[in-house]
Ligand binder design. Sequence first.
Ligand SMILES: [Zn+2]
Length: 274
Amino acid sequence: MKGAERFSIGDYDCWTLADGELTYPGWTVLPPEGAPPAEITAPYIAMLVDTGSTRILIDTGAGALGPNTGKLPESLAATGFLPEDVHAVVLSHAHPDHIAGVQLFPNAAVVMMRKEFEFWMSAETQARLEACEIYGLGALEVVMAASVRDHVAPARDRLRLLDRPTEIAAGILVFPAPGHTPGHAAVLVSSGRQQLLYVGDAIVHPAQFEHPEWVCAFDLSPEETVRTRKQLLERAVADRCLFAGFHLPGGLGAVEARQGVFRWEQAVGARMNA
Ligand SMILES: [Zn+2]
């Protein structure tokens, strides 16, 4: 996916915003049961919601993390909005691919769960990442530690840290969806009779709809990841939410359950608009 794709939730205008993509060793994305290929290229897709009075960006992209990342500013430009027009930035979590764009939005409050902020900023976590002790992912852990220091810490004055599910603007609910990281958050966008559930990295690969028990190397707590994922999937099916995720193809789709098995259908263009 390239650029910005517009869709609507009730009265709200929304856009998926491509930030680019990154190629990972397949084993870091899917477990052995998933027979991962040697490499998996994951899309990076943020989301902009315009309620009419407030513009909220959900996740900010990876900046210079990879050779094909950091395209969020040009995708935003395609919507006609300027970075200064964004009132709030929601960070689903503090991994490097989600936080590198924070400083691009000078007027935005930076919203995240307090638990997430405190985990990544703690001296203990920083030291363990520097020692590559948390994930078993080698030098990438040093990148994670630096990324938090470089992108989240400087936004301290603009931080809005949440302790519980919070409606940060009319119809924009940010709530805990832990497991991938300790303070990982999801976002429910509601307008009129439509809802969109943005799950961040609670699901990182389309195969995890059919196999919600498949965790990836970046899921800090496997059990909590699976529990949260199933809850999000069940909620999306029960409430007929559009379903969005930062690493899902096209960033947007729908989920349904047939005989207890979840299935993902990617949205194409505006096809899923009611
Ligand atoms: Zn991610």
